[in-house]
Design a protein around this ligand. Structure first.
Ligand code: ZN
Length: 121
C-alpha cells in the first residue's frame, strides 16, 4: 500500500516561483478573499473621505457621511479596524462593505478593487 505522505497545499514560504510550480503540478489554485491583502484602513479612508478629523487613540474618528447629504460629521470610522457607522442611518460595516456601498460593487468586485482577491494558500 502506498501511503501518500504529502498533502496538496502551497507553502507560502516558497513565494511566487513556488506558487507557479504548485499551479503546474496541481492545476489552478483556488482564489478567494484574502483579508491579509486588504489595504491599511488608515490609508484607505484617508483617500476615500475628506475632512477626516484626528483619530482618537482607539482609532475612531469622524467625517461627513459620504452616503448622504451631510453637513455634520455623522459618519464614524475606525482607522485601525476599518469599521464604520453612519448615525443618520446609512448603515454600518467594514472596509469591504464601505467599498461595496460607495461604488455599487458586489462582494467579489469590491474585494478585487481592494486588491484582496488572491490565491488561497
Ligand atoms: Zn449617512
Amino acid at each position: 500500500m502506498i501511503k501518500r505522505s504529502f498533502t496538496a497545499g502551497h507553502d507560502p514560504r516558497m513565494g511566487d516561483a513556488g506558487l507557479r510550480f504548485y499551479q503546474q503540478m496541481f492545476g489552478k489554485w483556488r482564489e478567494g478573499f484574502r483579508r491579509d491583502l486588504l489595504p491599511d484602513p488608515g490609508v484607505y479612508y484617508t483617500r476615500e473621505l475628506n475632512k477626516l478629523s484626528r483619530p482618537k487613540t482607539d482609532g475612531w474618528t469622524s467625517s461627513p457621511c459620504p452616503f448622504h447629504e451631510d453637513t455634520r460629521p455623522s459618519f464614524a470610522v475606525n482607522l485601525q479596524s476599518g469599521a464604520w457607522c453612519c448615525f443618520a442611518g446609512c448603515g454600518r460595516g467594514d472596509l469591504v462593505d464601505f467599498q461595496k456601498k460607495r461604488y455599487g460593487q458586489d462582494f467579489k468586485e469590491a474585494v478585487q478593487a481592494l486588491g484582496a482577491w488572491g490565491p488561497l494558500l
